[in-house]
Structure formats: C-alpha cells, structure tokens
Design a protein around this ligand. Structure first.
Ligand SMILES: O=C(CO)[C@@H](O)[C@H](O)COP(=O)(O)O
Ligand SMILES: [Fe+2]
Length: 215
C-alpha cells in the first residue's frame, strides 16, 4: 500500500541508466523532477531525458513532477514522453481544473503539488479529479534539503479534506526517520532522492526505508 518513488535529481547523470538499473526492482516509481529555471530557481532536465528513459525502462512507473510555469502548455508532451503519473503545481497555473481533466481523459493519473506556504484547502474545488496530491516538504527547486516538520500538520489536513481515496505523496527531505513521521500523518507515497542516490549502498538504503515503513 505504501509506495517509494525514487527521485533521480541527485543521481549521477553521467551514468544515469546504471544508477536506475541498480535500484529498479526495489522501487515502485521513478520520480522525475522537471525544473524550468522560472517557476523554480533551478534547471534540471526535460522531455528528451524522460523520452529516452522511457525507451530504456519500459515497465517502470514514471511519476513526473513538473516544477514549471504554464503547465497548461506542456502537460500533453510530458504524457507523450512516457509519464504514467503527471503532477503539476497549483501555484503555476490558473487552469488546474482543465489540466486535470485532460490528463485523466488521456488515461493517466493526475496530481497537484503544493508549495509549503500554499493552503491545502485550495484543493477543495478540484478534489474529485485528483488521483494524487504532492505535499512539498521542502521549498521546491533542489534536492538534499531538510524536511519541514510543520508540513506534518498539512499532510493531516490534506487527509481530512481528501479522504482515503486520494494518494498523498510527500517530497523533500525524506529519510528513514522522516518517512515514519510522514506516514503517521497520512502520507502514502514517499519521494526519496539524495537518501538513496547519494548513498554508498543504494539498495541497502531502500531496504532501510521499507523497514521503517513496516514499523
Ligand atoms: O521536487 C523535489 C525538489 O524540488 C524533490 O523531488 C527532490 O529531488 C527530492 O530530493 P531529496 O529531498 O530526497 O534529496
Ligand atoms: Fe519532486
């Protein structure tokens, strides 16, 4: 029932395929952080990288996290590149309702992400269209930041508003300690970046995360 979504943002891009292959059988999803240098102060990677990875890893679930302005212009290309789940930021568009509808018409899972300062009650009007909500537990833009503990209350509020149907994903600063806190607050999908890809023992770290979830 709990899912681990491994973020490649802090992986070694010079050997990205090998890094993913090393953990492929132990993860539930691959988390792809797309940053445009406008919505967030960082530029990561985009369509060609996701399209190329899709050809190489045909059976992995691709969880694409769009940290870009104007997701209403680009969402379809990210579906065509191979995203199974497409999450965009509510703060980045006035057309969230429409984008969610369109993603779902394409038969993919749709989600909205919220920055730490964004009120979770803003989800109310679109809640019936949501498969997933991504609660940022750091400011979006960079991997390797510390988990913001006040977000635990926000996860609880999201669960109160959304009920049990919607998957609540947490993203930022997740490690074997914070994963337990986020789970207790109601999260069901856990993005883990540096804790896995900066580790000397990636597979061991995933097992530690799973053990923590089982406690
Ligand atoms: O979306 C983001 C950052 O904006 C994340 O997906 C991070 O890449 C997660 O990395 P760690 O905090 O686990 O290092
Ligand atoms: Fe992310």
């Amino acid at each position: 029932m709990y899912k681990l979504s491994a973020s490649i943002l802090n992986a070694n891009f010079a050997r990205l395929g090998d890094e993913i292959r090393e953990v492929e059988d132990l993860i539930d999803e691959l988390h792809l952080d797309v940053m445009d240098g406008h919505y967030v102060d960082n530029i990561s990677f985009g369509l060609p990288v996701i399209g190329t990875l899709r050809k190489e890893f045909s059976s992995l679930v691709f969880d694409t996290h769009l940290m870009i302005s104007h997701p209403e212009r680009y969402w379809e290309e990210f579906i065509e590149a191979g995203s199974d789940i497409l999450v965009f930021h509510l703060e980045a568009t006035p057309k969230a309702f429409l984008i969610l509808q369109r993603i779902k018409e394409k038969g993919r899972l749709a989600g909205i992400s919220l920055n730490p300062a964004t009120d979770v009650r803003l989800l109310e009007p679109v809640k019936d269209l949501l498969d997933r909500v991504l609660i940022m537990t750091v400011e979006p833009g960079f991997g390797g930041q510390r988990f913001l503990t006040p977000m635990l209350r926000k996860i609880e509020q999201a669960r109160e508003i959304l009920g049990d149907r919607v998957d609540i994903e947490v993203d930022g600063g997740i490690n074997p300690t914070t994963i337990v806190e986020a789970r207790s607050a109601g999260a069901t999908t856990f993005v883990v970046g540096s804790s896995i890809f900066q580790s000397e023992d990636k597979r061991g770290e995933i097992l530690r995360l799973r053990e923590a979830l089982a406690t």
